[in-house]
Design a protein around this ligand. Sequence first.
Ligand code: XMP
Length: 514
Amino acid sequence: MSEEKVIILDCGSQYTQLIARRIREQKVYCEIHPYTLSPELIRGNATKGIVLSGGPASVYGKDAPRVDEELFHLDIPVLGICYGMQLMTSVLGGEVAPSREREYGKADLRVDEPSEIFKGLQKGKTYRVWMSHGDRVENLPSGFKTFACSANSPIAAMGDPNRKLVGLQFHPEVAHSEIGDQILHNFLFHMCRCRGSWDMKSFVKTSVQRIKEEVGEQRVICALSGGVDSSVVAALVHQAIGERLTCIFVDNGLLRKDEAEEVLSTFKDFFHLDLRFVDARTDFLTRLKGVEDPEQKRKVIGELFISIFEKEAKKLGTVEYLAQGTLYPDVIESISFKGPSATIKSHHNVGGLPERMELKLIEPLRELFKDEVRKVGKELGFPDRIVYRQPFPGPGLAVRVIGEVTEERLKILREADAVIQEEVTHARLYQEVWQSFAVLLPIKTVGVMGDERTYEHVIALRAVSSRDGMTADWVRFPYELLGTMANRIINEVQGVNRVVYDISSKPPSTIEWE
Ligand code: XMP
């Protein structure tokens, strides 16, 4: 375990993970807990600071997150962000009220008072920050001073220097707050006196230790896909419990060109773990016959995967745990109770498996973003072909063959996709983009080749940039590259006479077409 840590108490903000990420970037270990965590459990030598996150509630609302006043008497610095600041105010006897105008988006913060949290910033100067609030602090709790203001918040930052309590109405964790990193640095290193020695090496150490403690002498299985997430999970669990981990790789016939062979050979060369290979290509294709609806496809694939996995697991005797590479964006997409995201596509990992097999879950990456997982992969010494592999959906090419999935259509798509991978790699753009791939459309169009009329399939090219897959923009590939890909696909892939480029962003579109 880390010798120093910061505890983030989550009051429901969509940015809580971002706070954690910004703190990790400053090499300080942090943990996210629900706001209900008792001060007793927070107290301890290792806790150097506490952050109260933002949240959608109003402090006076029914069921609004509330913390024990004791939290502010632990002699540990506390940073309240947005709702966290209002909560601190309300608990310590100050006053919060609805502002006349909601402040949303960019705002100018004027620093009025020197303080530890604003160390390095100039008094009287304004800085661009990002706000998102309806309520604001009207009266300070006793012992507090105002540090800064903005147009709509006379108290945009406040603090009690003696008790080392500080509140910010804006969000230092979002990239639009230009002084955000500086402020978090000041909190961590000046107020909390952290040393900042945490890194991905420490992450590996901590995770391995936790897995060891949790699993004890039990057995774990892991579905391996060849992507960076499941590979990192497998490697961590393997370091923790050695041969009590079994990995299962299923070829569902929906993989890209030569993918199964490549994954198997990489794993043979690189990892020395117990890997079972299941060739289920025929099963999947048979079940997908006649299925056109995207959700139905996912359902069929998910269920079949579960039953294959279950059969394989039974051969191993008693297995208690399932390890999977759930990342933070998967967590919020699936628990997003307000937004529609959870039901847009039923995504991610092997949902259904844990309940059916009564397995407990091990998800060591559930607090990380993809680029952090890649850093862990690097730390573990993974080759680049795993670390920088673009994400690939669980249902594979089935959601890229629009309409019914047949062997013939998969073959066309695989060949077209291989051209894209080759050309994007050749242009040194493979690692620059989040995903680049081909989609096969269920229509035919007229073309002319030689002197002959053709009537063949259309391939759509899709390339997006994204940080976490939750939002995305289409990539402005050079025309030359687009031209080369289109020419090669039409010339080399039998059955295709037209290529189009998808220029939609997410939202309102999604990355995959189904
Ligand atoms: P969408 O299409 O929802 O995709 O914008 C966001 C990211 O998730 C991947 N994706 C999936 N991953 N199972 C998965 O494991 C799925 O069913 C699935 N659908 C989409 C997609 O490739 C992108 O990276």
